[in-house]
Design a protein around this ligand. Structure first.
Ligand code: ADP
Ligand code: MG
Length: 340
């Protein structure tokens, strides 16, 4: 017979609460990259540069030329549930920014060493806040923000053990930037690792950005897709059968500019390929859905990688239709071109 176990109920210390919450958001260096680039984009950055060391495990520095954070708000930026992006339930239901939970910086600073240096156009100079000591000091940089994250999971060794090799973590970090880069061709991105430039995408047209990020082979073997209906717009590029792959590693889906994984959308796309792809071939595609924000719930998962649609069937149908149309146009050599 087990001895009855009775322990008193206690409130957890703040630091432990943060570390538990951080577990949901920060899984690996790439999660930090994703959150920091989200923040830079929300701040209106046009140039974002990332400097990584040891696959991002030792250090991640993200610099942007966005609006910056006023010095008096710097300490607040690190607090849990503190955000400049929403203030009410109504805001939440119409959210148009990547962030809104006010969790990322708090989460990251609870599992890594962190510092933020920022300067707004109103400031004579930048200020730097060290997260651990709370020390605020004058610093030098142009208008914008730099966030430095060092020694990820130094204080949560169990988490640290789950990290893979530096090269694998680096690949995930680059992939995180790639996802943003596809969605924001108007923004320039540069990724450095150990002092070497590993990727650079300069601001370009969306077609050029697809070429730069996914390669000209994919661009040549894909067709533009575009379908507008009511509050929904589906656009992007659908790979032709010859662009298909043995792995599902070139499938990018975005809802209102945010990279998501969605079974319903994936199924809609897949069903459009039914007649043209066989066996285990995986289609390649970049598909964006822009939809009225009130028709989609983005607050489903802490990492916001899942969404829920008000009318999933309609989304499924339109996605399928858009892809089918793009593929069909490519197969029937344009009727107009035969006309006199
Ligand atoms: P969220 O993005 O959900 O608001 P974060 O913890 O990621 O929460 O950021 C907290 C706040 O700090 C943001 O709401 C924003 O005001 C500010 N902030 C964070 N990163 C930046 C940045 N790169 N540029 C300007 N402001 C930033
Ligand atoms: Mg954020």
């Amino acid at each position: 017979v087990r001895a009855p176990l009775r322990r008193v109920i206690r409130e957890l210390p703040d630091e432990l609460i943060s570390q538990i919450a951080a577990g949901e958001v920060v899984e690996r260096p790439a999660s930090v990259v994703r959150e920091l680039v989200d923040n830079a984009l929300d701040a209106g950055a046009t140039q974002i540069s990332l400097k990584l060391q040891a696959g991002g495990i030792r250090s991640i520095v993200v610099e942007d030329d966005g609006a910056g954070i006023p010095v008096e708000e710097l300490p607040l930026a690190l607090r849990r549930h503190a955000t400049s992006k929403i203030g009410s339930l109504d805001d939440l239901e119409h959210v148009a920014t990547m962030g809104f939970r006010g969790e990322a910086l708090a989460a990251i600073s609870s599992v890594a060493e962190m510092a933020i240096a920022s300067r707004t156009s109103q400031d004579a100079h930048a200020s730097r806040l060290d997260a651990r000591s709370g020390e605020l000091s004058p610093s030098a940089r142009a208008v914008g923000t730099s966030v430095e994250v060092r020694e990820l999971f130094f204080n949560t060794p169990a988490r640290r053990k789950f990290l893979k090799s530096e090269s694998t973590e680096l690949a995930h970090c680059v992939d995180a930037v790639r996802r943003h880069a596809l969605a924001r061709p108007d923004v320039s991105f540069a990724v450095w690792h150990e002092g070497k430039l590993v990727e650079q995408w300069r601001a370009a047209s969306s077609q050029q950005r697809v070429k730069d990020v996914l390669g000209s082979d994919f661009e040549a073997a894909s067709r533009e897709l575009l379908l507008e209906r009511g509050p929904m717009r589906v656009f992007g590029r659908a790979g032709l059968p010859e662009a298909s792959r043995s792995r599902a590693d070139m499938q990018y889906v975005y809802v209102n500019g945010r990279f998501v994984r969605d079974k319903l959308i994936a199924h809609g796309i897949r069903s459009a390929y039914e007649d043209v792809l066989h066996g285990n071939r995986q289609p390649a595609y970049v598909l964006f859905i822009d939809i009225a924000p009130e028709l989609v719930d983005v607050n489903v998962h802490p990492t916001k990688i899942e969404v829920r649609f008000r009318d999933g069937r309609e989304v499924h149908q339109q996605v399928r239709h858009a892809v089918t149309q793009a593929l069909a146009l490519s197969r029937a050599p344009a009727a107009e071109s035969l006309a006199p």
